[in-house]
Design a protein around this ligand. Sequence first.
Ligand SMILES: Nc1ncnc2c1ncn2[C@@H]1O[C@H](COP(=O)(O)OP(=O)(O)O)[C@@H](O)[C@H]1O
Ligand SMILES: [Mg+2]
Length: 365
Amino acid sequence: MVIAGIMTGTSVDAIDMAICEISNKGDRHMVSLCSFETRPFSDDTRELIMRALAGSASMEELCDLPFFLARDYAAVVRERSFSEPLSGVAIHGQTLWHHPPVSTWQAASGPALAALLSIPVIHDFRSADIALGGQGAPLVPVFDAATLVHPTVDRVALNVGGMANITILPRNASTVDVWAFDTGPGNVWIDAGIRSTFGKRYDTDGHIGRAGRVIPPMFQECTSFPYYNQDPPKSTGRELFSESEARRLITKYSHPSSPLEDVVTTMTEVTAWSVADHIKRYAPTTTEILVSGGGSQNSYLLERIGVLLREAGVEATIVVHEHWNAKEAMAFAYLGWRTINGLPGNLPRVTGASRAVVLGSIAKA
Ligand SMILES: Nc1ncnc2c1ncn2[C@@H]1O[C@H](COP(=O)(O)OP(=O)(O)O)[C@@H](O)[C@H]1O
Ligand SMILES: [Mg+2]
């Protein structure tokens, strides 16, 4: 089956589409990447997402947004370079609010997209898990379990998107041995830091973070959120690690006399610390970390994670995943394939749901 997975994460940076060929050999599932493309949102969609996230969109605009997203996704699918017919399009949607274990909201109309493309669309992946008392997240671990378990190496898959999450994959693990959760902010606060100081969208390769120094009281306040010490299952988002909270912290701790870089360095250290601290606590035998997401391109962040782990006695090699930019979209193609085949997509140990369940709905073409 050839399925397109479409991911639009908390960074709101772009629409990522991975077209995958998915098959099974006995119990083993094979997912191979046929093509990957990343396209910008249309201006009106992006602007509306940002206002919805800030809580300033009207009811009419919130009503429009799922249709705007369907239109943007349809354009990405239509303009694809890979021309074989698709059996389905699996969409994550745009998270507007995440309130586990009560509710979660990924905007995007599956039926509208199916109608525009005349292709079945699998959508709304998180609701069923939430209804069963789960976090509705993370959902990528079933894909990590299928593709990244090594016979002799204790691995961690680390994704640094807007938020950061880890999947713990002990050597030879079966899916029930896999554990995963969000560690806290990934790029959101680094991006907020650089936007408010240098007016750039992100810190390319960690250039600016590398040039500054940590502001100790700021680091302390940023790392004092109770979320970090909660035990899994846990997941988080922009509700907690919000733009407005970042702005408050930045304003409180930036002094006109101190270098602007320091804010970015401090935010980078917060992400590095939270990732390293969770690995130290929950996966101290890890020897290999496979990093994906846009944050994998920040070499200063990866360096700091490595240093903090070494200081904590964890000797792990950090490797950038071969499909670092496509991995999450590939995971949703795989989750769509599981839904079409009637296979559950959540891992109850990971999300905290009372049982495994087939995720999402299928909007017929
Ligand atoms: N070359 C780079 N150097 C540093 N950071 C980068 C680079 N490219 C992307 N990023 C970061 O990655 C983010 C996008 O990551 P992504 O994995 O798409 O997250 P999400 O899933 O939340 O959309 C950007 O907002 C930026 O912070
Ligand atoms: Mg993205």
